[in-house]
Structures are given as structure tokens and as C-alpha cells.
Design a protein around this ligand. Structure first.
Ligand code: SAH
Length: 314
């Protein structure tokens, strides 16, 4: 599965298969830009500050965020150095067209030391999972062989509770722990947005091809393979590195607290009725529970005992 997804992202345009919040509404990136500017104040206005994004896709979120901060948070804007963590050469090219000042990295380890604000939207769901089955006393792990699932008996995996199929994302747990250690030491704050649950999601592997569900076994390398993010596991990994964790809360609540509807209304003033309605429809899609508002969650990783971040406090 890991390899299949790396091949998929390396040379395809994933946005032919699925869409993401920043591609739905410019307001998403703008709100995150404003959020980052407030978080920068809370960190004590470090200058320079690293503004990092993991898996920036087409660069849309950051382009929208930067356009806003240039206007309303000039000091933060000028203090921030852009760093992108991205493995796809094709998407790096798109990001470079929109944000030529950024620097690129294969992973967190080469991002320079110093205070940091990091954004990860729909990144963790793309990392490879392992699936285990727990029935009574017996554990087995699921593999793919000759185009079918096979289950081979194994020892009980550490830290795994529950019955039936359970998922583990070791890459995501390691990423969260490494990131958290850094945010404690430097210091800094990370915002993670993704679809997922507060508990182990069970069997959530899915393949998306041309915006439709596909068979994960048939579509290797040609479909986007994803699994729900286990925010409980991400939070435990971050906490075990000594970091503070805020959330997860639903994306809908987070964006509403940050004023997404007020922003949509203001942007609509002076535009055509059709454009204004489109802005409001985009905002609703991100917030409404039956659209993206409930399945998607927001979580933040902070230094220990950090005050409540915008959007996370009622
Ligand atoms: N954040 C963007 C894109 C989400 S798609 C958006 O919201 O539109 C997932 C992104 O993560 C893509 O940019 C993909 O190339 C990148 N990616 C996938 N696996 C990665 C890895 N192991 N390291 C760094 N980037 C990765």
C-alpha cells in the first residue's frame, strides 16, 4: 500500500481524482493565514519564523493565506520564511509557480531549526496504514497477495485495543512524534486538518479514482489510497513527545468560530449575485456536517501548557 500511494502521487495530478478544502473555497486558506498570524503573536512574534506546510498539493492554501497576510498582517508576513515538505516532483512544480519564494524538503529533518508554524491539510490520510484483525485471543495482519487480501497470524501489536479490523499508521505516528519533539524544543505550533475520528477507525481503507470510490485492490498506483486519520493515535504520539494537544474538534466548528460565514458575506459584497452565492456555497460545504464539516477534524500540537488557540476554545 505504501508503495502504491508513493507511485500514485509521484507523477499524477491527484486533483483529477479528488478535491480538497482549499480547492473548494479561497476562504479556507485565508482563514488559516489569519489564524497563523494570531498564533505568531501568541508565540511572541519570533522573527524569522518558519511557515511550513506538509503536502501542499497545488499550493492553493498557502497562496490564499499569503495574499491575506500581505494585506492584514504585514509584520508576520515579512517575518515568515516558507518551507514546503513535498515528495511529488510534479506538485513541487505547481507549488513553485505559485510560491516561488518557498524552499522544498523531502521530510521534516532538513527544515532549519527555529520557531515554526506548520500546516498539514489532508496529509496524514495519504500515509500508508497496516490493518490487523482481532478475534477473541487471536491476532492476524492483513496483506495483499495476488490481488487479494490474505490474513496471517501475528503477535498482538502494541497499543492496539478493540475487536475486528483495526488500523495502525506508523508513519503518521512517527511524523506526529518527531514534529511534537521539535515544537517543544524550538517552540512552535502545528495545525492538522484531515478526515478522521477520535478513535481507531476500524476498516477505513478506500481508493478514490475520478472522484468515485474504487476497489483498492484493482486500482494500485492509479487511485488515491486513503484511510481515516486516527486522531487519538496522533494526539498520543504528540503527547508522548511532551507536547500539548488541542482538539480534535470538527472542522465545521473550527471554521465557524474563525468567522468563515462573515468572511464569505464580506467578500460577496460588491460581487455579482452569482459570485456571492458561490462564495457562501463553498463556505457551507466546508462547514455543514453532511458535507465536510463533521468528518473533517482540526487538531493542534503546541508546546506544553500553551494557551487555547483561536478556534479551539468555545
Ligand atoms: N494539502 C493539499 C494536498 C493534499 S493531497 C490540499 O489540501 O489540497 C496530499 C499531499 O501530500 C500531496 O501534495 C502529496 O504529494 C503529498 N504527499 C503525499 N505523501 C507524502 C510524503 N510522504 N511526504 C511529503 N508529501 C507527501
Amino acid at each position: 500500500m505504501a508503495r502504491a500511494n508513493a507511485a500514485y502521487y509521484a507523477d499524477r495530478d491527484p486533483f483529477a481524482d479528488f478535491t480538497t478544502a482549499p480547492e473548494i473555497s479561497q476562504i479556507f486558506g485565508e482563514i488559516i493565514g489569519a489564524w497563523a498570524a494570531v498564533v505568531w503573536e501568541m508565540l511572541g512574534r519570533p522573527n524569522p519564523v518558519i511557515l511550513a506546510e506538509v503536502g501542499p498539493g497545488r499550493g492553493t492554501l498557502m497562496a490564499d493565506a499569503r495574499r491575506l497576510t500581505a494585506r492584514v498582517a504585514a509584520e508576520f508576513h515579512a517575518a515568515s520564511a516558507l518551507h514546503f515538505i513535498e515528495t511529488s516532483p510534479r506538485l513541487r512544480g505547481e507549488q513553485a509557480r505559485r510560491l516561488p519564494a518557498a524552499q522544498w524538503h523531502d521530510d521534516l529533518s532538513t527544515v532549519p531549526a527555529g520557531p515554526m508554524i506548520l500546516i498539514a491539510n489532508e496529509f496524514l490520510d495519504a500515509l500508508p496504514i497496516r490493518q490487523f484483525r482481532h478475534e477473541g485471543e487471536a491476532w492476524s495482519e492483513r496483506f495483499v497477495a495476488d490481488g487479494a487480501f490474505v490474513e496471517l497470524p501475528c503477535d498482538a501489536p502494541p497499543h492496539l485495543d478493540g475487536e475486528g479490523i483495526l488500523e495502525v499508521n506508523e508513519t503518521s505516528d512517527r511524523f506526529a512524534a518527531d514534529l511534537a519533539a521539535r515544537l517543544v524544543a524550538e517552540p512552535g505550533v502545528a495545525l492538522i486538518l484531515d478526515y478522521g475520528s477520535a478513535e481507531n477507525p476500524g476498516d477505513s481503507l478506500q481508493a478514490i479514482r475520478s472522484a468515485r470510490p474504487a476497489d483498492p485492490l484493482q486500482a494500485a498506483g492509479q487511485a488515491d489510497l486513503t484511510a481515516l486519520v486516527d486522531f487519538g493515535a496522533v494526539g498520543r504520539a504528540a503527547a508522548s513527545a511532551g507536547a500539548g494537544v488541542q482538539g480534535p474538534i470538527s472542522q465545521g466548528v473550527f471554521l465557524q468560530r474563525l468567522g468563515i460565514f462573515q468572511r464569505a458575506e464580506r467578500l460577496g459584497l460588491g460581487r455579482s449575485a452569482e459570485d456571492a452565492a458561490g462564495l457562501m456555497a463553498g463556505a457551507r460545504r466546508l462547514v455543514e456536517p453532511l458535507a465536510m464539516g463533521a468528518l473533517f477534524k482540526a487538531m493542534a500540537i503546541t508546546p506544553p501548557s500553551f494557551p487555547s488557540l483561536p478556534g479551539f476554545a468555545a
